[in-house]
Design a protein around this ligand. Structure first.
Ligand code: CA
Length: 430
């Protein structure tokens, strides 16, 4: 009896001492975006589910709970807190589903590869029994892993260890969404499709982005970690002379999405990290795709950090880490009608990656950049780009036609580099 009482007293004391000492126990579910924090603050701003009544505040620990809380993408204000690890590849009983569980109608990778080998099949798009079986199998996986997020929704990780595995969070034609403090891991496609390319190598095309914003407005992504953790594409085999990719984007922003702020997040261990604008002919994106990226870390990313078409994109105080040994193509992709305003970003690269490699243009015309640090040294990415690419692509001009006004304090690249290294990503909220 005495012992029991002692334990109770001790617990109470620990509780009182610990709560103020650990800031991560603060309820971040009702936080809203600051009034000047990037493009998502424009107009009505971004409040997510802050207006939720008590009946629409959920703590979920598995896929079934998360699906219930998401409520089919309804626009009822709601706050969803994810506790621990939620695996999207699970059945309604919570049992894990692997690729063999989704495979149906006789789909077998071995048979698929035999059927559509370009040396015998040629350059036509796959069709017939194995492609139909692949589509049916893929639909079964999509039914589990695609999670639709509706308007007026906040999803946050609880504490330091919240993980959402295998999911593709999709905000489609919705407004006012906040995603924070969450480790989004391994949006793995069991059933990539072969896309032949007449006259050259084709590509394996995969279905899932960790986060996909399509026709989404007022979205704040903050302290997210997005990666392929567990299943690196570099470990996948080569079929038809191409890497059998399993992952699409980490965060893709397409189809006239607009007014997005991505802050203090970490994008890692991935090929194509962030696509803003999906096509040169998507002229409905003109005047939209306005995005702010600040204090993010792009680490072990091969390309697209980001690649931009059409949008006015403010890229400031980000940290780029290109490790030795990994594949690397470029970081900032400047494409059709893009207007990237880059300030005070820092790049760390191994010796064989040069400053001229950091920017790539396809049909781009302009890039504003100031305050760039390259392995600790100030560089002018624009002058370097124009000096190195005069033969192949036209020069980029510094006039992107706009000057960002919605932003917090812009740190020097050196200061931001240190703070991002310490503070970006899930589980690192101060
Ligand atoms: Ca995508």
């Amino acid at each position: 009896m005495r012992r029991l009482r002692q334990i109770a007293v001790t617990t109470a004391v620990v509780g009182v001492l610990c709560v103020p000492a650990h800031a991560e126990t603060r309820d971040i579910g009702r936080d809203t975006l600051a009034a000047d924090d990037g493009w998502a603050a424009y107009g009505t701003g971004t409040t997510g589910g802050a207006a939720a009544d008590d009946a629409h505040v959920f703590t979920v620990t598995d896929r079934a709970g998360l699906v219930r809380a998401l409520d089919g993408g309804s626009d009822t204000p709601k706050i969803i807190r994810i506790a621990g690890t939620v695996d999207a590849d699970t059945d309604d009983d919570g049992d894990h589903l692997d690729c063999a569980d989704y495979a149906t109608d006789g789909y077998l990778l071995r048979k698929y590869l035999t059927a559509y080998d370009p040396r015998t099949w040629g350059a036509a798009r796959p069709s017939g029994p194995q492609e139909e079986a692949r589509q049916a199998s893929a639909a079964k996986q999509a039914e589990r892993v695609v999670l639709t997020v509706g308007s007026n929704t906040t999803i946050v990780g609880l504490g330091k260890g919240a993980v959402l595995k295998g999911a593709s969070l999709q905000v489609r034609n919705a407004d006012n969404v906040i995603l924070r403090n969450l480790d989004l891991r391994d949006a793995y496609d069991c059933f990539p499709v072969w896309q032949p390319n007449t006259g050259g190598l084709g590509d394996w095309k995969t279905a899932y982005d960790n986060i996909w914003l399509s026709g989404a407005t007022h979205v704040w992504v903050d302290h997210i970690t997005a990666s392929d953790r567990g299943h690196p594409d570099s470990a996948e085999p080569t079929y038809f002379a191409r890497n059998y990719l399993r992952h699409d984007g980490l965060l893709d922003i397409t189809n006239a999405s607009d007014l997005v702020t991505v802050s203090w997040s970490r994008f890692a261990d991935h090929d194509k990290a962030m696509l803003i604008g999906s096509g040169d002919t998507a002229t409905g994106d003109r005047g939209r795709l306005r995005v702010t990226l600040h204090h993010n870390q792009f680490e072990s990313v091969v390309q697209r950090a980001p690649r931009v078409r059409f949008g006015q994109v403010h890229v400031y105080d980000n940290r780029y880490v290109v490790p030795d040994g990994g594949e690397y193509r470029y970081s900032l992709g400047v494409s059709t009608e893009s207007a990237v305003y880059a300030e005070n970003n820092s790049f760390h690269t191994p010796g064989h990656v040069e400053a001229a490699d950091l920017v790539k243009s396809w049909n781009g015309t302009a890039l504003h950049q100031t305050g760039t640090l390259f392995n600790g040294w100030p560089v002018d990415l624009l002058a370097i780009y124009d000096a190195y690419n005069s033969g192949s692509e036209r020069d980029l001009t510094a006039d992107v036609g706009w000057t960002p006004t919605l932003h917090g304090k812009i740190d020097s690249a050196g200061t931001a580099d240190r703070e991002v290294a310490r503070g970006a990503g899930a589980g690192r909220m101060l």
